[in-house]
Ligand binder design. Sequence first.
Ligand SMILES: C[S@@+](CC[C@H](N)C(=O)[O-])C[C@H]1O[C@@H](n2cnc3c(N)ncnc32)[C@H](O)[C@@H]1O
Length: 186
Amino acid sequence: MFRDRLKWNEKYRRGNYPAEPSDIVKDYVGLSCGLTVLDIAAGSGRNALFLAQRGFTVDAVDISDEALAMLAGRHRSVRAICADLDIFDIPAERYDLIINILFLNRRLFPQILEGLKPGGLLIFETLLEPLGRSDERSERCRDYFLRANELLHSFLSLRILHYHEGPENDRDSTRRLASLVGLKNS
Ligand SMILES: C[S@@+](CC[C@H](N)C(=O)[O-])C[C@H]1O[C@@H](n2cnc3c(N)ncnc32)[C@H](O)[C@@H]1O
């Protein structure tokens, strides 16, 4: 945990983070039928702030105290929670909306499903394993990247409203993303 915190603090200190909210959050937040949000690995809070400014109450969880310090005090409806998501547990049926952007921790998948209230919305987007490098794939790589169709299969108990796998929508990027939006049955 301590090493992860140092690594991410260092990244944030270098100013190496996006400030604009994610397109998928902007595009689908209107489908949430309530106002309580969990932002998993919120970073410096670009999405948490965007949501708070639209009337949501956000629990923003991240391991980087320096990223959360950038967020602290910027909106009274954001609660910054400095925690290691390797051990943090999501409370059951607490949230109308859960967002998980550019972060992967498979241990949390069942907890995300449990953590949504009935009728709750999940917005999940993170990196897919790079194409054509199967011989080089290591277990460590697997920790950071989704496999093809993995996100879809992991959340099939939701009503899937949107699913896409493909290149990041940024001309300078070679990264590929998997994106999912789903609703829990009410
Ligand atoms: C690529 S950033 C994405 C941040 C944010 N979701 C966004 O889209 O701007 C990944 C985030 O995961 C956090 N993180 C990495 N490992 C973590 C862990 N074990 N527990 C909690 N947060 C973690 C990092 O501090 C970092 O803020």
